[in-house]
Ligand binder design. Structure first.
Ligand code: PBG
Length: 329
């Protein structure tokens, strides 16, 4: 008798499909990136990220209340630093009254239960647009790592629940963890960007923060000496296991869609939550193609978000979070 098995039975209608569905998206999956600027009354759209905005602190307050009401309970904060406060060693990053530190307090005041994660990296503060201190034409690892640990401590003092180092220096998780422990911040979490690749998908984000590496002789024009080489796969497991050994609570793969093989490898290899960052370029591609009428925005968005979760993401950092929630309702 042919065919003995008819797989289409389980696809007959939406009721049976939803009964056997393996991957379901909920508001609990999302971590919402937020861009913050100095000033008052500012909500400015990022040109290469349609319908995504930078907020001044007063409007940030309104935004996080809205997120909370939608069921979005975690945010990842990035700041756009004024040019006159940038230098080569992240001085402003350690300012206890800096924009990031004030942003954390603003969010925690507005919505105390909101999980606030902070970006820890020097690029928004760097005159060179690099994630570390430049010395002899190189991004210097160990000095940078020590500054990042101080930066993490400063964010913890401001009230951050998690610090999220996105820099890819060696050893920074251990240095950060030890400093946080020594200073009594034993409950501050670390979400490490553990397998972060040197990717061309970060372009719109660098527009958002004005943080692209500068084009100067003697300064590296890309981040390939610290972010990972996208030809490599097993290296991602080593990077991730090291960060866990050093004290990371959550690990991350970044970017998303082009790296789902890595996501599954990591998910199978480790026993801590795995975050995936669907980055700015992934967002921009869907927005641009759908503006042209070439792709169905909502359908492609849901397909990609679901693919990220199916691959093994426990946490999804995505600029689509609000769009997805609206669609689910
Ligand atoms: C930098 C940082 C980047 C992103 C997050 N943190 C860009 C980079 O590494 O150059 C990218 C996020 C995105 O593209 O959405 N520390």
């Amino acid at each position: 008798m042919f065919p003995l098995r008819r797989n289409r039975r389980l696809r007959t209608n939406e009721a049976i499909r939803s009964l056997v569905r393996e991957t379901v998206i909920t508001p609990n999956d999302f971590l919402v990136p937020l861009f913050v600027v100095e000033g008052k009354g500012i909500k400015e759209e990022i040109p290469s990220m349609p319908n995504y905005f930078r907020y001044s602190l007063d409007l940030l307050e309104k935004e996080v209340k809205e997120l909370w009401a939608m069921g979005l309970k975690s945010v990842l904060v990035f700041v756009k630093v004024p040019d006159n406060l940038k230098d080569n060693k992240g001085t402003e990053a350690l300012n206890q009254n800096g924009l990031m530190q004030r942003a954390v307090k603003t969010i925690k005041n507005a919505v105390p239960e909101m999980i606030v994660m902070t970006d820890v990296a020097l690029d928004p503060y760097s005159i060179y647009g690099h994630d570390g201190v430049i010395e002899n034409g190189m991004v210097a690892n160990d000095i940078t790592s020590s500054i990042l640990a101080e930066m993490a401590l400063s964010h913890a003092k401001a009230g951050a629940d998690f610090v999220a180092p996105s820099d890819m220096m060696d050893g920074r998780i251990l240095e950060m963890r030890e400093l946080l422990e020594d200073e009594g911040f034993i409950n501050t979490g670390i979400m490490s960007y553990s397998a972060k690749y040197a990717s061309a998908f970060y372009g719109p984000f660098r527009d958002a923060l004005d943080s692209a590496p500068v084009d100067l002789i003697d300064i590296p024009k890309d981040k390939k000496t610290y972010q990972m080489d996208y030809h490599n796969r097993t290296e991602a497991i080593r990077e991730t296991e090291m960060d866990i050994d050093e004290g990371a609570d959550i690990v991350m793969v970044k970017p998303g869609i082009a790296y789902l093989d890595i996501v599954r490898d990591i998910k199978n290899a480790v026993d801590v939550p795995v975050a995936v960052y669907q980055v700015s370029g992934e967002y921009a591609m869907i927005k641009a193609a759908s503006e042209r009428g070439w792709l169905d925005h909502d359908a492609v968005m849901m397909e990609q978000i679901t693919a990220i979760k199916r691959a093994g993401a426990d946490v999804i950092a995505s600029y689509f979070a609000k769009d997805v929630i609206r669609l689910l309702k």
